[in-house]
Design a protein around this ligand. Sequence first.
Ligand SMILES: Cc1cc2nc3c(=O)[nH]c(=O)nc-3n(C[C@H](O)[C@H](O)[C@H](O)COP(=O)(O)OP(=O)(O)OC[C@H]3O[C@@H](n4cnc5c(N)ncnc54)[C@H](O)[C@@H]3O)c2cc1C
Length: 441
Amino acid sequence: MRIVIIGAGVGGCTSFLFLRKHLDAAQHTTKLYEGYPNPLTTSTIIGGGLGLAPNGLRTMYLLSERLPAKITADAFLGMYNTGSKARYGWPNVIVQRAVVHECILEEVVKADDGRGDVVFGRRVAKLEAVGLDGVTKISFEDGAEEEADLVIGADGLHSKVRDYVVGEHVEPEYYGLCGIGGFVPLSFIEPYIQHTKSPLVMTWGSTGFFGFSPVGTGRPSPSLSSPSLSSAPPSELKAMWWSIYASDTPPARTTPRSAIKSQLQRRFRGFEGAVPKIINSLCTEQPGVGDIIMLPRYKLPRYLKRWHRADGGAVLVGDAAHVAPPESGQGVSFAVEDAAAFSLLLAHHLSLSAVSEKEAAKRAAGDYSTLRKSRVESIITAAMKRVANKTEMGPWKRWIRDWIIWLLAAIMPESMNDGSFAYKVEEAVEAYLKVGIAPPP
Ligand SMILES: Cc1cc2nc3c(=O)[nH]c(=O)nc-3n(C[C@H](O)[C@H](O)[C@H](O)COP(=O)(O)OP(=O)(O)OC[C@H]3O[C@@H](n4cnc5c(N)ncnc54)[C@H](O)[C@@H]3O)c2cc1C
């Protein structure tokens, strides 16, 4: 079978690795195409920090023992209080997005082993069905063409494969919030993290959230329980900060720093310590300090009816299939689980001797949609309700919000997160194949 994966983000890279692990390479080819150049050979840095949940780290462990260990060491920024290593076997960490991607890409390059099946800088322009048996013609922007028996759409939020699967254009909707963040010298925050258990500090303001943490210096001890600052030269040490910026339209990269500064000043009025110090530095001339990363937030207008083409010729993984808000802390973990689930299901159906390759792909795609949709959509629906906590609110609403957060933290048992964090994708696939229904989300 000729399999082509489009997009080398977390979903595409882990799909490549899981397929290489579970399929016989002599019988099935797996190629991966990415529109941008390889980040391992460029200095492009995408994004700031993100939460990586225990279920995501655990699923990565199914790929390679060293991958989650490397990520939690090299990309570590901090740890959440919910989702302990003691309960789930893996911690709930905050990590540098770019470093996570690089760690996974290194595994991909190793798995490709110079065969040239991973191609960067080649962007897909169009997908068309050839005949009725699920073969797809892929046209690239550089004029090249290729046929595939199975396309895996891992091409993110603005997915072209999604339109091919759904049969019409699905336009993601911006919902008024933008993640923003940047870097400041570590000295800005150092006095305020001396006595904290974790070097990551998160604060809830009257109208939103502000977090800061050392970068690359808060590497955890092997037990992941007592992060310590390194002894690198003080002038090179940096801290990262991130927060929320609201605007009716997706803010441009050129949004004046003064506009961002005055909104943050209003949101975090009355705060003392590192928060005003960081905000006040935004219009400074100091090189690098005022640089801001902006990540506008989008959602899909509706849940997709299914994540695959009825002819079994294409499936969607990661953000191409579903867009989880950051409040879920699951976007990356979902992408890795999707990749694992589809690969296991495909390997299972291909192993049945009475089933053709085409039929195996069709069955795997259908099972995958049914198995994954219920879990992912129930977690996204719950998380979207929490998005409201980050929009500006009046004093009464704020007071109620703070009490609810306090109450939940005080009385809710850790097991309330089992649905998200204790999920074991390979067990879910096995159970599904036995009884034919998705386990309750
Ligand atoms: C502000 C913000 C905060 C977030 N916080 C968190 C968090 O705390 N925790 C968490 O788990 N998740 C978080 N997420 C979500 C998370 O980043 C995504 O869910 C995850 O990265 C999705 O991975 P992916 O591989 O599906 O898509 P992507 O990472 O978008 O990868 C898609 C790839 O496809 C490539 N591509 C696209 N079109 C083409 C084409 N035509 N041809 C070839 N290549 C193409 C792109 O260049 C890209 O490399 C956050 C997202 C945002 C915006």
